[in-house]
Design a protein around this ligand. Structure first.
Ligand SMILES: Cc1cc2nc3c(=O)[nH]c(=O)nc-3n(C[C@H](O)[C@H](O)[C@H](O)COP(=O)(O)O)c2cc1C
Length: 386
């Protein structure tokens, strides 16, 4: 399925315009990928839906929050470890599932699992990768745990077999992605595909031109469109009793439904690639704190979207998230292979540690909403909102 980037199009180490050694933060990886990757590959990874409002807002919304640091507290050893769906990892952030990683590097999916294993963080493996389930599980370090993400295929039996196989191969948690029943209109990606086709002299009859409705350049199998909460959870529960997250929760009402059905809400708008103007995970976290705080006690809330700094990760945890996913940042970093992904993890760990020390905490368990606020809302009101 995954479109191959021709070898000649992919830059070799010596051809790279931006070198790994020059990178000091996560946004630097995006710049490097924009310079080093073929334009079509970068466009596929970067694109959001339509006007990219959701993709941009995801990033900006973490910056709405400010910290309330505490001082004169002894800061000794910092403990970044976090339990996500029952498994202890060395850090609270993880690598999100992402199809098309091969556009960043021919061995991207394997490199991501290996880098995650090296640093004992979670890789939530994508079912739409170019590598087999078996090969992905073989890339794990001996003591490494990975989780598996699924789309429900139109032929549910195929997905059923895939989940059974994932259980056999030792995956310890699942995510059912539900925000992509239809692909979002990803214009940045579409424009590059159309330009390429026109460059190749392949014209289209003006009367029949419906390229504007084209599928993303990395295809996906046909989706199952008939599931609802009851049938989806019943189907999955017949196959496994391992933890299940529902990926793509975008309002507190659906977070409550997750809780009621014994699943964990994964607050995500697919990196702004699906519904433009969808809410960011920050907004959903805050509305959950107002309307259904009990979900944080009964479920593990996972978030992703627009995270570029260790401080964003700490903010998410302060608001109640247990696991914090990054998609594009790891895709951009893995354009440098395993060394790039490993550097991205080290940068994030270092930023999380610095943020913790400057907030006056030594473990993530000490974090709570009193460490953060939104300045635009009157201070007193906000403290009660959070
Ligand atoms: C290139 C790309 C491919 C993706 N493919 C999948 C996928 O196959 N399954 C899925 O559940 N999410 C997929 N996602 C969404 C990510 O899992 C995650 O929700 C999102 O990237 C987080 O936002 P961020 O990129 O701003 O960190 C993809 C994201 C990107 C950027």
């Amino acid at each position: 399925m995954v479109q191959d980037v021709k070898k000649s199009e992919r830059s070799s180490v010596s051809e790279r315009r931006v070198r790994l050694s020059s990178i000091i933060n996560i946004l630097d990886f995006e710049y490097a990928a924009s310079q080093n990757l073929p334009p079509a590959a970068f466009a596929f990874l970067k694109t959001g839906a339509e006007d990219e409002q959701a993709a941009k807002w995801n990033r900006v919304s973490w910056k709405m929050l400010r910290f309330l640091p505490r001082v004169l507290r002894p800061i000794g050893k910092l403990d970044l470890s976090q339990i996500i769906l029952g498994i202890k990892f060395a850090a609270p952030f993880f690598i999100c599932p992402a199809g098309g990683a091969k556009l960043a590097h021919s061995e991207a999916d394997l490199c991501l699992t290996k880098a995650a294993g090296r640093h004992q963080i979670l890789h939530w493996v994508c079912n739409n990768s170019h590598v087999s389930q078996q090969a992905m599980s073989e890339a794990r370090a001996p003591d490494q745990t990975t989780f598996w993400q699924i789309y429900a295929r139109s032929d549910l039996e195929i997905t059923t077999q895939e989940v059974k196989q994932a259980v056999k191969l030792g995956y310890k948690g699942f995510a059912l992605t539900v925000d992509a029943v239809r692909a979002g209109k990803r214009e940045r990606d579409l424009k590059v595909s159309i330009a390429k086709r026109e460059q190749n002299g392949m014209g289209v009859d003006d009367d029949e031109d419906d390229d504007f409705a084209g599928e993303p350049s990395v295809g996906r199998p046909e989706m199952q469109l008939g599931l609802d909460w009851i049938s989806a959870i019943e189907w999955l529960r017949k196959i496994t009793d391992l933890p299940i997250a529902i990926k793509g929760i975008q309002c507190w009402e659906d977070a409550v439904l997750c809780m009621d059905h014994g699943a964990h809400p994964w607050l995500s708008n697919h990196g702004g690639r699906q519904l433009d103007s969808a809410p960011s995970a920050v907004e959903t976290l805050i509305s959950m704190r107002q309307h259904c705080p009990e979900v944080f006690d009964r479920c593990e809330v996972i978030v992703d979207g627009g995270i570029t700094r260790g401080s964003d990760i700490v903010k998410a945890i302060a608001l109640g998230a247990k696991g914090v996913g990054l998609g594009r940042p790891f895709l951009y970093s893995v354009s440098f292979g395993e060394a790039g992904a490993s550097k991205a993890i080290r940068i994030l760990k270092n930023e999380v540690e610095t943020t913790m020390a400057l907030l006056g905490i030594t473990s993530l368990e000490q974090l709570n909403s009193s460490y953060t606020y939104i300045p635009s809302v009157p201070f007193g009101t906000l403290r009660s909102v959070l």
